[in-house]
Structures are given as structure tokens and as C-alpha cells.
Design a protein around this ligand. Structure first.
Ligand code: NAD
Length: 503
């Protein structure tokens, strides 16, 4: 048996329980069916065969989960930070111990290649470990003094929160939200994406096995318009951390208005990688290829627009096209695969529609531009050249292994093109001119920029976007600003004179 077949057999072992009993909701420490008794089917993008049946949660299930989170909140919030830390460290260790199960399951559920999913599972553990270590200091604030008053500022957890996640890298992304929420002392109701719900169930089981009290983390499956909507409207839920499309973010903001929800949005992107002619081209090409074709291009920070200075445009695009043609498309559990199947036939159809659109708009398909194979949602790594920034393929988030190359003249032209999109999540800049790098990073409209580098996350740094790419920041103590309320208590330093009215 080859390595891929062996991996598939192991994945089947992990999936067997879900194939038999389905993916249940998890409320108040119990595995439960939906209140309606209804389920929906999920398929694997590998072969479109059914994978499991999933509890179809709705308003009643969300209400039960929100009540469980509300009931668990006072106890969890009052648990000393050092104890929360110890529990969350055990969760991180348990994730590491079951990393293969998480990665293999996620590969079959999402189509993402094992080489990336095995790292994503470990990164999920790192998220827990990092925020575990912050838990003892989550309440910290500052003291400010005047001659008469001493002000003490501190933070307290906001209450039960809702977390709504998308289908790309769902395990890692949910830990990125849940770990800081739990470290802060909040309790959580998670609504995973309907296309990829399995690893959320693994996460809650792992966390409870590691000692997380029942009701602190709850999972309700279902569709966005029903379960998701009910979560954003529930009065017991104080805040919604959402990762997904920009237009869904707008809907959530409107839905949460009546209950004055605090919202944190990590939304879409159309991120430029800008290559000047003085850059180290070998490294720039490697990074550009990595940032669009890793994770199937289903990655919010993917560099989906390649802006290249005119003098090096043909050379750079030829090298990217060559790399794109060499990339292995295949079964996500094949260790050599780089690009696996896209998440779902609906999403595949969306990505394929941009190939036709590119032709209509007059762009050239320099690599890919077609479906691969007969079954499963496989798409060839694609490069469009001869594009202008007003084309749909340069403006809309395609969310697949699809790169649009656009030439630019000079710095001013590069900036104009880079900023001329609704989004502002990330930007990648390649130049060896330090002053130019300073000028460009001052003017680029993006929440995160990497100079002469691909995306390398450092957990204490802020993560988030500007414009239609999001509201708020994760990472470091920024996450606590969202999951906690900052309060100030003022003490008198002496018996100061109080104005006497009506004396
Ligand atoms: P999506 O917006 O369609 O769905 C995301 C989640 O929202 C799902 O769980 C869905 O069920 C739920 N939802 C849908 N409608 C809802 C409603 N009315 N009320 C409440 N919940 C609702 O996004 P997707 O297609 O699953 O994910 C891809 C998107 O996520 C891309 O745009 C990508 O850029 C973005 N993303 C952003 C980041 C980031 O950090 N900025 C990270 C990953 C993904």
C-alpha cells in the first residue's frame, strides 16, 4: 500500500464514527441531536460522496446553547486565570496528541492538502498555548492618578459570545477565536460552517476531555440564515466574532443591531503582492507562488493580485506560470499534493466562472484555467496575465488557486492599483529600497503588510483588515479588547471638596 492509500485508510478509521452516528451538536457538555430531529448531509470534495449527516440546528438549538453558555459563564469567569491557563494548556496538549486525526479529518472534509492541514492542527494547539499563557493577565489594566483621584482600569469578560466560522481551515480558525475568548473568561457558542463541521465536534470533545467544564464551549451546526442568524440575534450572547465573507458581515451587523451586539469581523481580501525591479526575484516568485497556491488559494490572506513592475513583468509572470503548471493537484491525503479539491461543487462552479469571465474581459490565461479530472472539485492552479485592475478578476475575491497579474510603471502607479479595490486585508511588498518600502507601507491600505516575505504569523502581533476586509484586531492583547469590557474605578486620594448644591 502506498502512503496515500495508507493515509486514506487511516482517515476512514477516524471518520467511521461520524459516518455511523453523524455529527451531533454539543450543548452543556452533552452530544445532542437537533431539537427538530432533522439532519443535513455533507459530502467530501474529494469524490463528492456523502461523508456524514449533521444535526440541523435552528433557533431552538441556539437558544439551548446560549442558555448553557450563560449558565456556565459566572463559574468560568470566576475561575482564577492561573486555573484557566492550566486547563487551556491541557487542551493544547490534547490537540497535539490528536493532531493527525484532526488533520486527516479536515483534509477529507475540506479538500485541503495534508502538508498544510497537519501544520494547521499544530497551529490550533499553538493558539491555545499562547492564550493560555495570557489568561492570568487578561484582567490587567492601568492606574492613573490625579491629585485627588486614583483611577484603576481593569478588564472583565464580556459574557457568553458567539463564534461563526467559515469552511477554509475551520479547525485552526475556530481556535483563533475560541482560545482568547476562553482565556478571557468568556463562554462560547460556536456555529461552524455548514460545509465543514466535523473538526468543531472534535475540538469540543478534546477540550472537555482535557477538563474544560461543560457549557463553557458549545457547538450548534446548521445553516447561516437559520442557526447563524439566531446566534447573532440571541439576547444572552454579548458579542459575535465572525470570519467569513464581507457581505455576510454586513448582514450580521444588521441582525445584531437590535441586541446591540459587539462585532469583530475578519472578512474577505484581494491582497496585492507588489514586486519592484530591484527585488530579489527568486524569493519574490517563491513567495508569490506560495501565497496563492497554498491552501488551495482558499485563504483570506492569499496574494491574489500580482502587481509587477513593467521591466520585469514578462520574466516574473513566466516564472510564476511555470511553477503553477508544475504544482501537483491531487488527493488531499497524498503527501505530494499541493492543491487539493475546492471545498464544494458550488464553490468550484464560482471559481470556474472566473475563467470564462477572464476570457470575456480580454485577459490571457497563462496557466491553468480549467477543471482537472472528472470527479471531485479539482481546479488547475491558474494565472491570468494581460489584466487591468478594473476587470472583475482583479476586483472580486475568487477564493481559489487563481492569480491575476497586472503590470505597473512606478511607485505611484503601484500604489494606485494596490489600493483600488474594496478590500484591505494584507499586502506583500518586494523591494530592496528601504526608503521606498517606508513610503509604500505608509500609504498601502491594508491591515497587515509583509516586506520581502510571505505571510508569517507571530501571535502577539495584530491580525485584521481595513475597508471591506474587517473590523477589529486579533492577536496579542487586542483579542482581549474584544472579548472583555474595560472598566474604570475611581478612588478619592483625600477628602476633596465636593460641590454643595442646595445648601
Ligand atoms: P460565509 O460568509 O459564506 O460563511 C461564513 C459563516 O457565516 C458560515 O458559518 C455561515 O453559515 C455563516 N453565515 C452565513 N450567513 C449568515 C447569517 N445571515 N447570519 C449569521 N451567520 C451566517 O463565508 P465562507 O464562504 O464560509 O468563507 C469564505 C470567506 O471567509 C472568504 O470571503 C474569506 O476571505 C473569508 N475569510 C476571512 C478571513 C480573515 O481573517 N479575514 C479568514 C478566513 C476566511
Amino acid at each position: 500500500m502506498g502512503q496515500t492509500e495508507e493515509n486514506i485508510a487511516r482517515a476512514e478509521g477516524y471518520l467511521a464514527r461520524f459516518r455511523q452516528t453523524g455529527v451531533m451538536n454539543h450543548v452543556g457538555g452533552q452530544s445532542v441531536a437537533a431539537a427538530s430531529g432533522e439532519t443535513f448531509e455533507i459530502i467530501s470534495p474529494v469524490d463528492l460522496a456523502p461523508l456524514a449527516r449533521v444535526a440541523l440546528g435552528g433557533r431552538e438549538d441556539i437558544d439551548a446553547a446560549a442558555r448553557a453558555a450563560k449558565a456556565a459563564f459566572p463559574g468560568w469567569a470566576a475561575t482564577p486565570g492561573a486555573e484557566r491557563r492550566a486547563i487551556l494548556i491541557r487542551v493544547a496538549e490534547a490537540i497535539e496528541a490528536r493532531a493527525e486525526e484532526i488533520a486527516f479529518t479536515e483534509c477529507m472534509d475540506t479538500g485541503q492538502a495534508l502538508r498544510f492541514m497537519s501544520k494547521a492542527a499544530i497551529r490550533g494547539a499553538a493558539n491555545f498555548r499562547y492564550y493560555a499563557d495570557q489568561a492570568p493577565y487578561a484582567e490587567d489594566g492601568q492606574v492613573t492618578r490625579t491629585p485627588t483621584q486614583m483611577n484603576t482600569t481593569s478588564r472583565r469578560p464580556i459574557g457568553p459570545v458567539g463564534v461563526i466560522t467559515p469552511w477554509n481551515t475551520p479547525f485552526m480558525l475556530s481556535t483563533w477565536k475560541i482560545a482568547p475568548a476562553l482565556a478571557a473568561g468568556c463562554t462560547v457558542v460556536l456555529k461552524p460552517a455548514e460545509f465543514s463541521p466535523i473538526t468543531a465536534k472534535l475540538l469540543v470533545e478534546i477540550a472537555e476531555d482535557a477538563g474544560l467544564p461543560p457549557g463553557v464551549l458549545n457547538v450548534v451546526n446548521g445553516f447561516g440564515e437559520e442557526a447563524g442568524r439566531a446566534l447573532t440575534e440571541h439576547p444572552a450572547i454579548k458579542a459575535i466574532a465572525f470570519v467569513g465573507e464581507s457581505r455576510t458581515g454586513s448582514m450580521i451587523m444588521a441582525q445584531g443591531a437590535a441586541t446591540l451586539k459587539r462585532v469583530h469581523f475578519e472578512l474577505g481580501g484581494k491582497n496585492p503582492v507588489i514586486v519592484f525591479d530591484d527585488a530579489d526575484l527568486d524569493r519574490a516568485v517563491d513567495a508569490a507562488v506560495f501565497m496563492i497556491y497554498s491552501l488551495n488559494g482558499e485563504r483570506c490572506t492569499s496574494s491574489s493580485r500580482l502587481l509587477v513592475q513593467e521591466s520585469i513583468h514578462d520574466e516574473v509572470t513566466a516564472r510564476v506560470a511555470e511553477a503553477a503548471r508544475r504544482i501537483k493537484v491531487g488527493h488531499p491525503l497524498d503527501p505530494d499534493t499541493v492543491v487539493g479539491p475546492l471545498i464544494h461543487p458550488e464553490h468550484e462552479a464560482k471559481v470556474l466562472s472566473y475563467f470564462a469571465r477572464a476570457r470575456e474581459e480580454g485577459a490571457t490565461i497563462a496557466a491553468g484555467g480549467e477543471k482537472v479530472g472528472e470527479t471531485g472539485c479539482y481546479v488547475a492552479p491558474t494565472l491570468f496575465t494581460g489584466a487591468t485592475n478594473d476587470m472583475t478578476i482583479a476586483q472580486e475575491e475568487i477564493f481559489g488557486p487563481v492569480l491575476t497579474a497586472i503590470p505597473f510603471r512606478d511607485e505611484e502607479d503601484a500604489l494606485r492599483i494596490a489600493n483600488d479595490v474594496p478590500y484591505g486585508l494584507a499586502a506583500y511588498l518586494w523591494t530592496n529600497d528601504l526608503n521606498r518600502a517606508m513610503r509604500m507601507t505608509d500609504a498601502l491600505e491594508a491591515g497587515m503588510m509583509w516586506v520581502n516575505s510571505e505571510n508569517i504569523r507571530h501571535l502577539p502581533t495584530p491580525f485584521g483588515g481595513v475597508k471591506a476586509s474587517g473590523i477589529g484586531r486579533d492577536g496579542g492583547h487586542w483579542s482581549f479588547d474584544f472579548y472583555m469590557e474595560t472598566v474604570n474605578v475611581s478612588f478619592p486620594r483625600q477628602s476633596h471638596r465636593i460641590p454643595k448644591l442646595g445648601a
